[in-house]
Write a protein that binds this ligand. Sequence first.
Ligand SMILES: C[S@@+](CC[C@H](N)C(=O)[O-])C[C@H]1O[C@@H](n2cnc3c(N)ncnc32)[C@H](O)[C@@H]1O
Length: 297
Amino acid sequence: MAHLHQGIQRLLGQFGIKISRIDAGTSRPLPDVLANHPVPDANPVWPLPRGNKAMTNDRIRQDFGRYEAWHYAYEFEGGLSFPIKTAFPGPLTDLVQRPLLRYRHFMPYLLQACGGSLQGKRVLDIACNSGFWSVQCALLGANVVAFDARPELIEQAELIASIVGVENIEFRQLDFWEMRPENLGGTFDVVLNLGILYHLPDPLEALRLTRKMARDCILLDTEIYPSRKATIRLRWEEPRAIRSANRSGIVALPSKQSLELMFRDIGMRSWSEVPLHTGEMPRDYLDGYRASWLIKV
Ligand SMILES: C[S@@+](CC[C@H](N)C(=O)[O-])C[C@H]1O[C@@H](n2cnc3c(N)ncnc32)[C@H](O)[C@@H]1O
């Protein structure tokens, strides 16, 4: 039955139609942002520009080679490209197009919520990994602060930013639980909470801290527990790959319903799930194991 339901949702999704059960208790839609269909497309800057002319191909290859693992594949102008590098392959994370498809999924809505541009906005990129999102936002004119718990990822992110030649990003090594305005130079117009919630043990507290960082918008993108009930699944995670939690321990996977209850409990002003408008998305989004929200604080 669940498969049939998902199949129908996916089919209708290809025509831009989405059926949702409305729970009057939890939903607080963002009429101004998501009612305005269709939102204009937004595409990542890809391949990445080579703004730093002093960095030769050989030098870049050498710098990439210093790291055993790369979470994203990178492509630069002039045909220079690097694959995902991991000792822990997986069908979802090994999809080279994954960040580009995610960008086309939720960035149009974020841009629309920000009046069409990130120019001059202060953006926080939580758990930035090697800086894919930070660099894209910097290329859109944002002033970005980004952090990750893993020092080697901060080095990688600095390398990417220096090849591209963007200077409007400050990368920091920081643990999520140390995130507060006084540690990061104040609050932000936009907070990117992408791919991190399900690597943490306490989603309610994590969302509370995220809210404290934001003065306008949060973009949340997370794996979810596929239940219609307000359920949280606990599981154990080891810090084995550079995309994982940074310590061994319990991590929590909330369902959509439980996430929306949390938004309400925290007092978020309004929120909407970003609709799937194309079947050209990674399977976890299409099959209801991952979703994104635009939240106004
Ligand atoms: C799945 S990757 C997501 C990367 C990126 N935000 C995205 O969505 O494409 C998870 C990232 O979270 C980082 N991370 C895990 N636990 C963390 C913590 N406690 N504090 C800060 N970063 C953490 C990892 O190092 C990794 O870069």
